[in-house]
Structure formats: C-alpha cells, structure tokens
Design a protein around this ligand. Structure first.
Ligand code: URA
Length: 211
C-alpha cells in the first residue's frame, strides 16, 4: 500500500510552520498480519525514507524476528511522518537538531494520512508502539503501561473535516506495546516487551488457524 501523493502533499501542507523536517511514507503489504504504528521518524529515517531504520528500528526488527516475521511482512507507519526536532546546544557550543516527541497539533496535522492507512490496509492486528500511537488511536486516557500486551477490540479515532476526532464505526484489533526505543531509557522494559512479544506470537498463531 502506498499513500496517494495527494494525501502526502496534504500532510506536508498541514504540518507547515511546525519545527519538523522530511517526510517518510508508511511501507508494507496491503493485507499484512500486522500494522505497526510508531511515533514519528528520526534522523536516519528522513535521510533514507525507510521507517524504523535507525537504532529503534534495529530493536523493532529483533522483535519481529521473534515473531517469525521480517520488515517485508508487516506494514510500518507512524502517527507523524516528519521528524519533530528541537535545536539544542552541544557541549562544544555548536547547535544541533535533536528528536523530540510530536505535539498534539502535529499528530492532528498528519491524522488524515494514518486514517487512510487504517481504512485501506487490511491488517489482522494493529500494534501500537508506545503512547503516541496508542493515544492517537484510542485517546489520551490510554496508557501503554496499563494496557500493553492485551488485544483490544475497539473503534479508533479518525479526524473529521472540521479537524475534530470522532470514533470510527469499524472495530479494530489493537495490541499495544512499548516503543522499541523505550529500552534505551528504561532497560527494565526488556522483560515486559519480551512478554508482549510472546503473547503476540500466540495471537498470530491463533489467527492463522482460522484462515
Ligand atoms: N520511531 C518511530 O516511531 N518511527 C520511526 O521510523 C523511527 C523511530
């Protein structure tokens, strides 16, 4: 599935004026077993155009390998398609762009793009990676620490023409887990991610029995 260029252009226009750079398309098959929803690309991704190809991506590929899957088997996207950055001074006094989490306005700016993917990619399970993807789909009350590792059957938030979120009629199977970069800041999450991976593998095996 490739996002239509008209929607990519819309996303670029809607996010203009925010401190973001580059644009990375979601990639993957039309009917994958999993659709992965991350946060936003980082520096590596905006240079090569491949989602999750940096340090976090390496962790994500290990996670997929444990499920018997590779990048080509899944659809990979994120709440925001451009890299949110902030200028900060380095120790030597020079300035450098650092990654930062996307703001609510930036997530909204790119919401029509993710909506299109949700409606057009026929994934058995949507895996949200971290709070940004989770909350974009299921609202701010959801916390990855509370719901990770569970399969939720739920409507998701789409954006209407007045720029407000509404709940979809369609129900989706959503499996929240942590963002793969989270273990860089909190190595203790490694075990919880491994548990989630095990559960997700069982769910995929169960789904396979019914196709
Ligand atoms: N984090 C994301 O959410 N997406 C990427 O492509 C890289 C890091």
């Amino acid at each position: 599935m490739r996002l239509p260029d008209s929607l990519a252009d819309l996303g670029k226009r809607r996010i203009e004026g925010h401190p973001v750079e580059g644009f990375v398309y979601g990639t993957g098959p039309d009917a994958p077993s999993l659709m992965l929803v991350g946060e936003a690309p980082g520096e590596t991704e905006i240079h090569n155009g491949i989602p999750f190809s940096g340090r976090a991506g390496q962790k994500l590929m290990e996670f997929l390998a444990g499920l018997g899957l590779s990048r080509e088997d899944v659809y990979i996207t994120s709440a925001v398609r451009s890299r949110p950055y902030v200028w900060r001074e380095k120790r030597d006094g020079t300035k450098k762009k650092y990654n930062r989490p996307p703001t609510a306005a930036e997530i909204k700016a790119h919401a029509p793009l993710l909506d299109y993917e949700l409606q057009n990619v026929q994934a058995s399970i949507i895996v949200t990676l971290g709070n940004v993807g989770l909350q974009r789909l299921l609202g701010k009350e959801m916390k990855v620490t509370e719901v990770h590792g569970q399969l939720l059957q739920s409507s998701v938030r789409h954006l209407d023409e007045h720029n407000h979120y509404y709940w979809s009629e369609n129900q989706y199977a959503i499996f929240p887990t942590f963002h793969p970069a989270s273990i860089f800041y909190n190595p203790k999450l490694r075990e919880e991610i491994a548990e989630d991976q095990k559960r997700l593998k069982e769910l995929l095996e169960e789904k396979e029995k019914f196709v």
